[in-house]
Design a protein around this ligand. Structure first.
Ligand code: ADQ
Length: 489
């Protein structure tokens, strides 16, 4: 694979993320079937023509035997993917433990449930050790595949220890790190026992990126307060070494959504949905079923709206599509039953023999079904308690050229900074306010909707995922060149 001729001599980009963008299913001792999952990051990088991207990450399956590992490596190579093999114990401690039970809630300002807090405090050290070990395993694979001139782009809170490991292997490696979640206030980050080690390791990168300027500012002030090192307008400077810190707001591949609306299957599906909900306004929520998405709060706000607006009860329907994630974690199981209970109660209270106010689906929808749903929606409800960016809000806007529906958006989603002028911004914790916003959205004049939609649509069309990836990588290249110039002066 290393001798492969590079088409057009494009720069190689090694994208390192916890999960590879494929799902692998074992079909036999040495055979695997693979399916590429088209997330935002995948389409962002597929669209970037200047680079030849390769992926390094965990395939999401435990493959203890060498025969299986070899076969999977070979199958993945065809998709330009390189696996990191993690055993069950590491996955348990690093992924379920440190990443999802400690960093994820902390970065989203959500505390742990009381009964878990002490247990987590006790297991902290062993989970952090596993986190470092896993990051070192990622670094080993990167190092093995690295060629001079490659750009290495590390992603997300799973891999905060990776920049340091990589620079220890090769101080000349161009390393960037991007965080997809919020970076919390330094007062929150301060509570992490591993606070300094994580910051120092991230600072080993040449470029550190966040979705918003606020997150970047929180990161710089954490470095100043916790490590006592200088923040500068460009980033963080420690003993003459500058780490550039900046905001790179992600976008979507908007054309992919716009084009989908012309596909006959999607048009047919839209027609069916319109017939199904004729005479009613459609409100939509699409989220992973996660604490951060504020699904129970959203449904309670909808209940309040129905309570106070009897005239709307048979004229509006809320479709909530919630893909289950991390289903083996008790907290997530609790959230699922909590949501089911609230939905059941509200449907019992306001439903009739022929119609219910909430359709709640615990599942993922395929791309075309999702586009059709976005396109027929009158009001989208994105009420995340915290969210790095939130791409659902972008996807909805991309599909609304004909309908010009209203976006109700949490002020705690990164997207509030880019779509704030077109959306109705809400504090998701205040269900009275969200309920009032639902009324405002449903009653909004066509002129006002048009004006707001124009603003958001323009943003979504011009700030694409491809542009995001290109900007990050070229900034990383520039940062390294500038640093070399500074040293040679
Ligand atoms: P997520 O928390 O996963 O991403 P989001 O940005 O909304 O949140 O992306 C979710 C993606 O999954 C969207 O592309 C959406 O279409 C899809 N999806 C969600 N529910 C679905 C369903 N029921 N059926 C089908 N598809 C569904 C993390 C951060 C975000 C950040 C992104 C990108 O938490 O804040 O915006 O990374 O950086």
């Amino acid at each position: 694979e290393r001798q492969e001729v590079r088409p057009y001599n494009r720069q190689r980009l090694l994208v390192v993320a916890n999960r590879l963008p494929v799902s692998a299913v074992r079909r036999g001792e040495d055979s695997w079937s693979l399916e590429i999952s088209a997330g935002g990051l995948v389409s962002a990088l597929l669209g970037v023509k200047e680079f030849e991207a390769r992926w390094i990450g965990w395939a999401g399956v435990n493959v203890p035997d060498e025969v299986g590992q070899k076969a999977l490596t070979k199958a993945l190579a065809e998709k330009r993917c390189i696996p990191v093999f993690l055993d069950e114990e590491i996955v348990h401690q690093y992924y379920n433990g440190y990443c999802n039970n400690i960093l994820w809630p902390l970065f989203h300002y959500l505390g742990l449930p009381q009964e878990d807090r002490l247990a987590t405090t006790r297991s902290f050290q062993s989970q952090f050790a596993a986190y470092k070990k896993a990051n070192q395993m990622f670094a080993d694979v990167v190092n093995e595949h690295y060629e001079e001139g490659d750009v290495v782009w590390c992603h997300d809170y799973h891999l905060m220890f990776l920049p340091k490991c990589l620079k220890e292997y090769n101080s000349k490696m161009k390393v960037g790190w991007f965080l997809h979640t919020p970076f919390p206030s330094s007062e929150i980050h301060r509570t992490l026992p591993s606070r300094s080690e994580l910051l120092r390791s991230v600072l080993a990168a040449d470029l550190v990126g966040f979705h918003t300027y606020d997150y970047a500012r929180h990161f710089v002030s954490a470095c100043t307060r916790i490590l006592g090192i200088e923040g500068t307008p460009e980033g963080v400077e420690d003993q003459g070494k500058l780490t550039r810190v900046a905001a790179f707001p992600i976008g979507i591949d908007s054309e992919r959504f716009i084009r989908a609306l012309e596909v006959p299957d999607v048009i047919q599906h839209m027609k069916e949905l319109k017939e199904r909900f004729a005479g009613r306004k459609v409100m939509l929520g699409v989220d992973r079923l996660d604490m951060i998405k504020g699904i129970p709060q959203k449904i309670l706000a909808f209940e309040k709206f129905l309570e106070e607006n009897a005239n709307w009860r048979d004229k509006v329907v809320l479709l909530q599509i919630a893909v289950p994630t991390r289903t083996d974690v008790p907290e997530y199981q609790k959230l699922t039953s909590q949501v089911h209970e609230i939905v059941g109660r509200i449907n019992g209270r306001f439903g009739t023999l022929t119609a219910v106010p909430i359709h709640h689906l615990d599942r993922s929808l395929d791309f075309y079904a999702l586009c059709a749903l976005y396109a027929v929606t009158d009001v989208a409800l994105v009420t995340s308690l915290r969210d790095g960016m939130n791409l659902v809000s972008y996807e909805f806007v991309a599909c609304q050229e004909s309908k010009k529906g209203v976006l109700i958006l949490s002020e705690f989603a990164g997207a509030a900074q880019s779509l704030g002028a077109g959306a109705i911004l809400v504090n998701p914790w205040n269900i009275t306010e969200v309920a009032a916003s639902i009324g405002q959205a449903l009653n909004m004049s066509p002129e006002e909707r048009e004006k707001r939609h124009r603003h958001n649509f323009h943003h979504v069309k011009t700030h694409t995922a491809q542009e995001w990836a290109e900007t990050f990588v070229s900034e990383l290249n520039d940062t390294v060149i500038e640093a070399q110039l500074r040293i040679s002066k």
